[in-house]
Design a protein around this ligand. Sequence first.
Ligand code: SAH
Length: 398
Amino acid sequence: MRQLVEAKVKPKSVKHISNGYPLLSKETIDLSGMTVEEGDILRLVDTQGNYLATAYYGIQNKGIGWVLTQKEQEKLDKTFFLQKISKAVGKRTYFYQAEDTTAFRVFNGEGDGIGGLIIDYFNGFYMVSWYSEGIYSFREDIYQALNEVVNVRGLYEKLRFNKNGQYIDQDDYVSGEKGEFPLIVLENGMKYAVDLNDGAMTGIFLDQREVRKALRDRYSEGKTVLNTFSYTGAFSVAAALGGSLSTTSVDLAKRSLPKTIEQFAVNEIDYEAQDIKVMNVFDYFRYADRKDIKFDVVVLDPPSFARTKKMTFSSAKDYPKLLKDTLKITNDDGLIIASTNNASFNMQKFKKLIDKAFKEANTRYKIIETHQLPKDFTVPNNFPEFNYLKVVFIKLMN
Ligand code: SAH
């Protein structure tokens, strides 16, 4: 049974919480001497006991819970979830109506008022990602609410609440029609193959939609394009459809080869004419440098952290080195599309890392385009730190 627990917000966090900051951490509230369980409701009060907000307790990598309302009388029942979901759906009318895009985010956690809950749309199918056992305890109400607000063709879910928000391997099918995978979705007219029941990921990162479009529409025609950390080759597909001279996709995961072939194939691109390499990006840099291979456009989209047998990569620390390696294999007037989803630093800091790398490499550059999260990835008002995506288009000026 869900308990209602009164929890004192520590003095230094009172203002932050009353200003609407949604995320709770161990430093925000005092839970000493209390037994709190996943899914419990926290009545947050200041040191004098005045009401501040109502939250749920749920441990995930980012924190220990999320504020759901600042209205003392508001009940956290099905009606509550119904209102949140229908408001979120209402904000995405543009995407529901778009004929050339059939994959987008319907509900973006804290940005839509419920941290720890993500809902994505894939051509009629809904994919719900649960980031803590706490939010998962509201599953019945949330699924009923979702089914009342939208017409769900088939429902899938991903459980991401064991240690570090890792995916729990399971059959992800929940209800409705079972999908036949790969399911083909459209994004600005491009086709992408997705699988909603094949481990942690679906095959496409929806937050890069505008970046793929920019690459296709403005920077690919007649260019040689290198796509590093390419995963299923989504950027390579955009480049090829934009008329690139060639694409080279590099990822060390073995699965990236068949997955990338599939993405090309569903777009009727001759994948044999494209270069797909299963290897470490840093080894590829050395190989290309040795062979004097250079590219017009290079996409850099590394994970925030990665560990291989030989090395660890942390974008906060190693991005300048990654850029310097990239410069060696980029043409003098080339373009580097540098992306990071590391939430621990903001756009300003990212631009500083870029500047550091280019200064050290003695190379002039101009930033010609920047992107953050697209509209469907709603971010809470006044808290830009939740806008984790940062993409900078860097034109070399040699
Ligand atoms: N750019 C991709 C998403 C990248 S996800 C897209 O738009 O879809 C990060 C990818 O980096 C994973 O597929 C992972 O296998 C790969 N990866 C991590 N470390 C790597 C390394 N050192 N060399 C090559 N690939 C790496």
